[in-house]
Write a protein that binds this ligand. Sequence first.
Ligand code: DGL
Length: 272
Amino acid sequence: MISIPAIKPNRPIGVFDSGIGGLTVLKELVELLPGEEMIYLGDTARVPYGVRSPEIIVRYSEENVLFLMNFGVKLIVVACNTSSAIALPKLQKKFSFPILGVVEAGARAAVETSRSGRIGVLGTEATVRSGAYSKYILSLNPRARVTSVPCPLFVPLAEEGWVGDKVARLTAEHYLRDLKARTPDTVLLGCTHYPLLKGVIQEVMGKKTRLIDSAVETAQEVKELLDRTGLAREKDSGRLRFYVTDNPEKFRRVGQRFFQRDIPKVSKVSLR
Ligand code: DGL
């Protein structure tokens, strides 16, 4: 168990992801908690995590936490769904300060939203294989019927900005065909990139299907945790710092679309 000396309210919040996608989570965090100072790490040298083995995902995630600990963070948000699904329990065991993922908040919102109990989960291959979302949904509602669908091509489509055209539509139709036939009333976007494809996913699934964005739910959970534990900042800062393990320029360029704000400066770091 690795612990940090004392957690203080005016320390920053650390956020990490396998790359750019976690900026959709950071965006929600900044909107809900504008006074907090946040440090974002995108492991762009080793993205994607979604196709990797559990051992590698755990190792990379631990290295990300160790990097963020250098800043004396008071809390870490694992913005990456793949890391949250696979590595979070191990991280929480290893480090003795608050680490939050995106899976529980998203799953809880899906269960609360669904009337029929038929819930779809979209994610990377590794996230779907882990079964983390469906396990958590079933622990909250044992009668739920969960259908999980890996949608790997959504990641490059979101990064290329092809989110509203024919290619996106055909890809979505292909991935969602079987899920749609099961008539879920709620579909969880269990990957950092999928909120960018919300429009086309909604179109294909139909107006009646409710889409749940893990990022929004997670930001809410972080706020509640800070309030509950007395860790909310006393003095407003709003300072944001961005670190990546490769290609800071690309991160800045593509990232602005995910973050929907300007990203002034990105520093390249080595985690070793
Ligand atoms: N950030 C990942 C997730 O949310 C998607 C990209 C990747 O595969 O690394 O699952």
